[in-house]
Design a protein around this ligand. Structure first.
Ligand code: FUB
Ligand code: ZN
Length: 670
């Protein structure tokens, strides 16, 4: 199966339709301003500045007929910002080493938006950005403004930490997206030139047998292969995957070479796990536990799944299954967030899932969605879509405010504003979404995922359409020369009714595979099918097959009960606690002194219609027992506590922190 072509799908419902409109009308323009440093009181990006500086340098060197590679490298360190009050110098690099990727992700988001909603103004801005990127590219094809500005002599000498291949990956993703959306190959040419240069240096005949320190190039190169049909891109993706974690470890070799260059002695750390942060501690086919930096990990696993599928490599697919299990059985929050520790923005050990100090980076949840869809492509099994939905509706969407103008990088499951402000161990947890970040990986990642959500919701092969996620949409499916018009109507994620209308101008055989979500009671699903169709359940999908002609309709009603959830007993943080879910949504409470509340599981939790920031939302009215907040002293003899009955209105987790700074909690004592 492959993802639906987003050009053929129009999202029409009030949930995703609104989000896509928000991204198009607010987030994309807002983020363009952020990249241009035009948002007062927000962290500066310097992203466009860096491209301009690199383009200017190219121009200058061209005029002087200078050797492009001669600029000396003076590594100014990882974070380079102008000092307070200092004006940025026009020819200097600022920001994080991978600042370029923010522009690439922005272009990718804009491209997906343009794919379904033409917007000449936006397209002109993208073209302007593409021109700028092209003019910053080194004549040899190399493109990373950090090294272009700080010294090409050091390019590719620190693949472990310095993100040049991460920049390549995001450039390719943006280029493919824009080519597919607008049919323009300007950025694709730039991306291919950089990819060709990398192939020359790191391909089978290259002088650098390395691989990315921050993955993404693997899946991007697989995509570039799909778009161009050029085999060498797939070959390079596979090389990157096959080389990772082999002995001798390439990152050790890099450090050794660096020591030689600097005339220092090289001492290798004896820790065999020293490259687990980069998932390079052992060959990928031997990896069974998801470890290290969470975004890197899921981007790698996505690339492994892509290459595994494209080369039909069962060993890679098997490794993906193991790693998937490690994440979803032992290392994932109920919100679909991943990365339990802020130390290295990483996976912690199994079942270590602290709620208040969770990292659960927005990008990591986005990456989990990528991985899930690729697992589905390998084998259409409802479990993958269940997790995709869980991550998407909870951790991913929590990353943005309802107005699309502020963002969370870290998505905790419990916060107390005072703790966020005063406890430096929680320094990474913010009690308010931020307008922008020095390291702004998450906001444009959200934008690109939301604008391309149709390709996750719907996948297809020759005669089958899979509905993995439920969203109101219209799309077309060609089967045996017949163009089927399909439309889905639903009020998900708040109501379990789904209507799929199929209009076939002439008779055509097709199957519709509708996911049976894990949150529904499968025995209570009501289904109404047109005559003569065959219904078969397999791996979490209901396949409805037959010959379709004229207008026909499938209707389903999926019960969406409120569910009180508990965690595996090994998740110590959640022992004796429960969380509330309805459909795919995790609910939370906002308020004061939430630790004093105990969920009354005897009392019915009832859905209620409400709104947050003017957007209709189903809230849950739940009964609690509240401890008195009067203190008898720091330590006193135990007495059965006095509790009062209270009700709290629970809101979907993704919508928290949209009405001021309050405490928030997902897991309650029971
Ligand atoms: O290193 C590039 C990006 O910045 C990572 O994916 C994020 O976790 C953040 O560290
Ligand atoms: Zn991020």
């Amino acid at each position: 199966m492959k993802p639906a072509d987003i050009k053929k799908v129009k999202i029409t419902d009030s949930f995703w339709g609104r989000l896509q409109e928000l991204v198009r009308s607010e987030m994309i323009p807002y983020q363009w301003k952020a990249l241009n440093d035009e948002i007062d009181s927000a962290a500066k990006s310097y992203c466009i500045h860096n491209f301009r500086a690199a383009a200017r340098l190219n121009e200058k060197r061209r005029e002087l007929g200078e050797d492009f590679k001669q600029a000396k490298f003076s590594d100014p360190g990882f974070e380079v910002w102008p000092c307070d009050g200092e004006q940025p110098q026009p020819d200097k690099f600022y920001g994080f080493l991978f600042q370029d990727t923010d522009l690439y992700k922005w272009i990718e988001a804009a491209a997906y938006s343009l794919a379904t909603r033409p917007d000449p103004g936006l397209e002109a801005t993208v073209d302007e950005a593409v021109k700028l990127i092209a003019s910053a590219q080194h004549p040899c094809g190399y493109l990373d403004t950090y090294y272009l500005l700080c010294g090409m002599d050091a390019a590719f000498t620190n693949l472990q930490s310095n993100h040049e291949l991460y920049c390549l990956g995001h450039l390719i993703e943006a280029a493919c997206a824009y080519y597919e959306a607008a049919g323009k190959d300007g950025l694709l040419t730039v991306a291919r030139r950089y990819a060709d240069y990398v192939y020359e240096r790191m391909g089978p005949e290259g002088d650098i047998p390395g691989y990315p320190g921050h993955e993404i190039a693997e899946m991007a190169l697989a995509r570039l292969y799909n778009v161009t049909g050029e085999k060498k891109y797939l070959e390079l993706a596979k090389l990157f995957i096959d080389r990772r974690g082999q002995s001798p470890n390439y990152f050790d070799e890099e450090r050794r070479a660096e020591a030689r260059r600097l005339g220092r002695q090289y001492r290798q750390s004896p820790d065999l796990n020293r490259y687990a942060y980069h998932q390079a501690h052992m060959p990928v086919r031997e990896q069974k536990e998801a470890v290290g930096h969470a975004v890197r990990a899921v981007y790698l696993y996505s690339g492994m799944a892509d290459v595994g599928a494209l080369t039909d490599d069962e060993t890679l697919k098997k490794a993906c299954v193991e790693l998937w299990r490690s994440i979803t059985r032992e290392k994932m929050y109920i919100t679909g967030g991943i990365g339990g520790t802020c130390v290295g923005e990483a996976f912690s050990y199994p079942f270590d899932l602290p709620n208040d100090s969770a990292y659960a980076e927005t990008c990591a949840a986005v990456g989990l969605v990528f991985f899930a869809r690729r697992m589905l492509e390998i084998s259409p099994c409802g479990e993958y879509a269940d997790v995709m939905e869980q991550a998407l509706y909870n951790c991913v969407l929590s990353g943005m405010s309802q107005d699309g103008k502020s963002f969370f990088y870290v998505n905790p499951l419990e916060t107390v504003p005072e703790a966020c402000r005063k406890d430096s161990r929680l320094g990474h947890v913010k009690s308010r979404r931020q307008k922008w970040f020095g390291c702004a990986c998450c906001p444009p990642n959200l934008a690109r995922l939301i604008e391309s959500v149709a390709s996750y919701a719907i996948t297809e092969d020759k005669n089958t359409v899979w509905l993995n996620l439920f969203m109101g949409c219209e799309f077309t499916k060609e089967v045996d020369g017949v163009s089927l018009k399909l439309s889905v109507e639903t009020d998900m994620p708040f109501d379990g009714g789904v209507k799929l209308k199929i209009t076939a101008p002439s008779a055509a055989y097709a199957s519709f595979a509708i996911r049976i979500p894990h949150w529904t009671d499968k025995d209570l699903i009501e289904i109404s099918l047109p005559d003569g169709k065959i219904q078969k359940e397999k791996d979490g999908y209901l396949y409805i097959s037959g010959i379709w002609e004229g207008e026909e309709e499938i209707r389903l009603s999926l019960p969406m009960p409120v569910r009180i959830m508990t965690a595996d007993k090994r998740v110590r943080e959640c022992l004796g606690k429960a969380a509330v879910m309805r459909g795919p949504l995790v609910y939370c409470a906002e308020g004061e002194e939430l630790a004093l509340y105990r969920l009354n599981t005897e009392k019915k939790i009832s859905p209620e219609q409400g709104e947050i920031c003017g957007n209709p939302i189903t809230l849950l009215n739940a009964g609690f027992k509240k401890l008195s907040s009067n203190s008898a002293g720091l330590y006193t003899e135990y007495r059965k506590p006095e509790e009062t009955e209270e009700n709290l209105r629970l809101i979907p987790y993704f919508a928290w922190n949209n009405s001021g700074e309050k405490e928030m909690r997902v897991w309650f004592r029971v």
